[in-house]
Design a protein around this ligand. Sequence first.
Ligand code: BGC
Length: 707
Amino acid sequence: MNSALRPEQRAELLAQQLTQEEKITLTQGEDFGATAGKLMDLVRFGFPPLLEADAVRGVMNMERTVPATEFPANITIAASFDDSLAETRGQFLAEEARAQGIGILLNPAGNLVRDPRGGRTSEYLGEDPLLAGNMMAACVRGIQSKHVIATVKHFAVNGWESQRKTSDMLIDEAAARESELLAFEIAIRDGKPSAVMGAYPWLNGLPQCANKFLLTDVLRRDWGFRGFVMSDWDAFQDTITSANAGLDIQSGILPSTTVAKKPDTFAGGGFNDGRTETPPGPFGPGGARPYYGELQKAIDAGDVPQARLDTMVRNILTGIFASGVVDNPPVPGPIPIDAHLAASQRQTEDGAVLLKNEDGVLPLREGQTVAIIGRVADGFMAKVPSPFSKETKHAGPTALAALRARMPANITYQDGTDGASAVAAAKSASVALVFAAMVSTEGLDRSTLSLSPRYNELIQSVAAANPNTVVVLYNANPIFMPWLSKVKAVLAAWQPGDFGGDAIANMLLGDVNPSGKLPVTFPTSVEQLPRSEIPGYNRGGLGGLYKEMVTVPLKEGAAVGYKWFNATGQAPLFPFGHGLSYTSFDYSRAHATVSDGSIKVTFVLENAGERAGREVAQVYVTPPGEVKRLGGYRKVALEAGGSVDVSIEVPKQMLARWDTGGQRWQVRNGTYTISIGGSSLSPALEIRVDVIGVDDWTYARAPSAPP
Ligand code: BGC
């Protein structure tokens, strides 16, 4: 308990005290239905078990006795392009975790959105590695500042849900290093999480939770990660391969079958919880899932060195000590709920994206009559995934109630089930607001990004009846908009959380000026995507296993999202980085200087309109012969007429390519195009800069990798 010692030293001292059985127990994460999991039963040392909880849109804990805040979907945070918002969200989540006695958050999740139809698109942080990496890092810093362990997941490739346990993703090393791995590298370097969770799918012929390239070569040798790696819930496939590849913890084991609960079976027998099956493949014909109860057997047989178990234990304990959770254990108690509810509203306001606003139809004006149409206006999308939550009602008014409270006499409402009444209401109002929703969820991908035909028809017929039609989307994914040219405005609000209704009303009425930008490209059709169908579409599902492996060459490589559109010369419906404001911004006087491979870009940003607003100034870099990449961004608040000098540093890694043969990052000599503006397409300014003679570099590659 000497907190003056380094975490590694404390881990070593404790590890020396542990029995072999305790060491093996440490590598077993229990499934703990009420929250998500439980780690470390070292009560004899005074350490209570550490509870783990998911935090998709708030801390998920069915047994909670205190109210918990429902925050908007994670993608909202990415859409804010504001790292500090991610950091405060992390703090709030950690405060709520602590108040419920939870010491490990299974958050943040920053898998690149390789396909916008993926069921977890809204749980992730967009399609760009710099943005997702920065957001993960900021969230980790926020969580761990409260002495709760943050778990960065799902390392590394988990682009969609179909056949998630039996898809083998093929990608070459350079493409991986420049896409998902880059995002996780930034998260680990700048966030220093204590924990990493592996991913379900396979990568280049091996399950990712038994993949030495990922778990040891990249994560520990190259990036110097010093915490612990847990598997995803039942992603564990093989004791010997996983242990030797660098996995430290198997997650999600049924409590009754762990070594801790069944010590009598410990003596090398090995057992499994028989709940799920492994797919056939290099690990045999498939069958009941094995797990680390078999570790001792493997050690006795010489298949896993005892030293490897000792390293696993040190990794786990180092991560735990480094987080401060031992010195500041979580104490159940009240949370500052009012502050958190206000933060939830603020997040919705900071991340909603105004996609279109023709003729300044928004914000709504005094004296207008407004027809509100669509049942979701008077509701929300589901509360924090319902199986885990007792609460189903959101705090705060719905958007309808919030608008009614603010424009009392001028509102009519139709839930949209009767098309004729909706059209009649639209006809007699000065503005028609149609609310439409599209959800998606873990375990299930979407085949299309179309709203249901009912919603599309409703929007078409309302737009035909009222020239001032505005669509408000509650959306977990990008949406196709066959009616786009017929409507005046579209606001993509993602999945609003508590007090999201007030947030929507504030934006529609202009009390809050929208400032979100798209962290994912909105395509016009599935034909624009790297694959028109997700391989193995929706086979396997949430808990299930589709046994036949499907091999998926990720032909887009590192060209994920807008980079794919750029590489293939396609025009999306709305580009990455796009988002409007009720004011307008001017960019001028761009300048770039190169120093040791980093490019410092300066320019003047001016609010040229009549309202205060916030702009996400974006800098993209196009290396010679390559596609455009986001190099940096800054969210700036400006009063009407105000202007500011902005300086954005593009780190040299954002210019570089990974050279697999030489195992190093390289910045090519040549002329780089720097595009500056409020979107990834049609930049406000474009300048060129020569980059010459940047030395190649690689990782220190300390020989600290596990044996
Ligand atoms: C998900 C993880 C989650 C875990 C525990 C898994 O199915 O992929 O993201 O942390 O379940 O709930």
